[in-house]
Write a protein that binds this ligand. Structure first.
Ligand SMILES: Nc1nc2c(ncn2[C@@H]2O[C@H](COP(=O)(O)OP(=O)(O)OP(=O)(O)O)[C@@H](O)[C@H]2O)c(=O)[nH]1
Ligand SMILES: [Mg+2]
Length: 300
């Protein structure tokens, strides 16, 4: 007898920097969501859709849950993460094997009332197997009876097992998206995110948190895609830092971003970058909305 088709939403939640975006990209097999070694990289909910002959798994990458609510953007990010809890068919809580702490415990307590929760213990490549066991025991004490799956999202270890477990818990149902659709976000959105990722990678200090990227023009032609984007900063001193000496940093960011966007759109890309100031945009509800941080994007 033919198996029933399964479809469901799988929320990936956890503390910042636990590897949610890396895991989603690995499970989908495409880089959809940007990643960085610093926390608070993801700002919006992003769907990553995997469809096979027997199931459609709709992963929801979310911003890391954190207690830092002092700016409007942080409140937006926490809303974008938390709005997923109630609607998901399954919740995967990501924990880092070397950094399991009180904040993770709080997240596990928050999901304790949900039926379907899988605990994903990530970054096991950073620790010897024997050293992982005590952490698993500690987690089991906080979340008794929950399945704990140790993985390395970066190296791909044990992801087959995780995926099989996820799929086995999806409810029966027809697919919600066409079989060839892999995300809910536009190429334009992902292009802006790629630029933001390069800013995270190239710039030192805390500056990336004061930056957002907006695509002003996006035009696909037969043999080239033309993109013009603005990097918004909060103060004039930041503008100089992003541009760098003789424009060197901005050029580097542009080159790195262009390469990734070319890969994404499978075309040559002409990328123009501007740097502009909007004072304190990250704590200004109006500015946030105009830069796309609206609850329509947060999944609210
Ligand atoms: N060693 C190791 N590093 C990993 C693994 N998974 C993710 N990372 C790294 O951890 C850092 C954070 O990864 P992200 O995927 O951006 O984490 P995130 O949970 O999406 O972070 P936020 O969006 O800020 O909440 C990056 O530098 C990743 O390369 C893993 O399995 N092993
Ligand atoms: Mg992320």
């Amino acid at each position: 007898m033919k198996d029933t088709f399964r479809t469901g939403y799988v929320a990936l939640i956890g503390k910042p920097n636990t590897g949610k975006s890396t895991l989603m990209n690995a499970l989908i097999g495409t880089k959809l969501s940007i990643t960085a070694h610093r926390p608070q990289t993801t700002r919006h909910q992003i769907l990553g859709i995997k469809t096979t002959g027997t199931y459609q798994c709709i992963f929801v990458d979310t911003p890391g849950l954190h207690d830092d609510n002092h700016k409007a953007i942080h409140r937006y990010m926490n809303r974008a993460a938390a709005s997923m809890f109630a609607d998901a068919d399954l919740i995967c809580v990501l924990l880092e094997v070397r950094r399991f702490n009180r904040n993770d415990e709080k997240i596990l307590q928050r999901v304790s009332k949900f039926d379907k929760v899988i605990i994903v213990l990530n970054k096991i490549d950073q620790l010897a197997k024997e050293a992982c066991l005590p952490v698993m025991k500690q987690i089991a004490e906080v979340a008794p009876g929950r399945e704990i799956v140790p993985v390395s999202a970066l190296k791909g270890d044990n992801l087959d097992r995780l995926e099989a477990l996820i799929v086995s818990q999806l409810p029966p149902g027809a697919p919600q998206f066409p079989h060839d659709q892999i995300t809910d976000k536009s190429t334009r959105f992902i292009a802006a995110e790629i630029i933001r990722e390069k800013l995270f990678r190239v710039l030192k200090q805390e500056l990336p948190y004061s930056i957002t990227v907006n695509i002003d023009h996006y035009k696909e032609e037969a043999d080239i895609t033309r993109i013009s984007a603005t990097i918004w900063v909060e103060r004039s001193s930041q503008k100089g830092i992003v541009i760098g000496k003789n424009g060197s940093l901005l050029k580097k960011i542009g080159t790195l971003a262009r390469k990734d966007i070319e890969h994404l759109v499978d075309n040559r890309v002409y990328l123009q970058l501007w740097v502009k100031i909007r004072e304190d945009w990250a704590d200004d509800e109006k500015a946030l909305a105009s830069f796309g941080y609206s609850d329509a994007n947060s999944g609210h």
